[in-house]
Design a protein around this ligand. Sequence first.
Ligand code: ZN
Length: 335
Amino acid sequence: MKQPIFLEPLFQERIWGGSKLSKTYGYQIPSNQTGECWAISAHSNGPSVVRSGELKGRSLAKLWEEYPDLFGHFESDRFPLLTKILDANDDLSVQVHPNDEYANEYEYGELGKTECWYIIDCNEDAEMIFGHHAQSKEEFIHMVKQSHWDDLLQRVKIKPGDFFYVPSGTIHALCKGTLVLETQQSSDTTYRVYDYNRRDNEGNLRELHLEKAIEVINVPHKATEIHPALAQTSGGSITTFVEEDYFTVYKWHVQTTMEFIQDAHFMLGSVIEGQGSLYTEEGEFALQKGDHFILPNELSSFKIKGNVQIIASHPNYKGGQHHDMGSTAKQMANV
Ligand code: ZN
């Protein structure tokens, strides 16, 4: 199949959610406390379904099982990634995620959760929590017990266009006034460390998972350095944000016409701004802001026209050799 597979997004209400997913992307959301758009997902807690074409109505999880050709026979017992858009209208809980080994053992075969964030938009003075200042687990536990949150947690200023890589074991939280595109492992395991003593509509505190959090947290905190690389061309630009275990993430900013060669197993794409068209041997496919799609394995060359920004990604094998960046999503000379 040489055409994009468009998916229907799914929505999750959250105590910290808002209405930006409707205002910014025109989605039909269930309420004004909608926190998450699960855009490309084969996770059982929110599986995507194909929106159109000959595969319409099939779930991504089923496609993974029944049509391995679409995914270039990528070796994994499940669709490995999950793309979300998060509307943090209020602060998210301070949290940490386990790695593969821990999640497999203690969370019934779940994957670990390494994730990354592209900041689509945020308030002028927005921040996030990323890392902590404790030097040992004892110190970490002591500061948690004493509720010394301001001393413990590291805050970082953010602005639109910023990108953060959040490996499992990193303590983190999105804060109020942030709209984010998240690319992560296909996992739904979160250990809450602190939830601001907030109560839900029924007056209940949300559960914390301190023991597990303390087991999986990296102490001392050490940020994994990433070096986003921008490649300018006459038709637009490609930014490669991160190329690590589990995934590589790009921004394709098409300003006129760009041609692409794909040699990843398959790719995931989310239109975050603008509109355009994607051309393949099999036809022309409109790209609208808020669309999410998969580019299957056989779609090895395509063209995008318009003025459009897409966050694209593909999975990597953990610890395996990374794809040669030069050819993974290379832009050819404009012709
Ligand atoms: Zn998280």
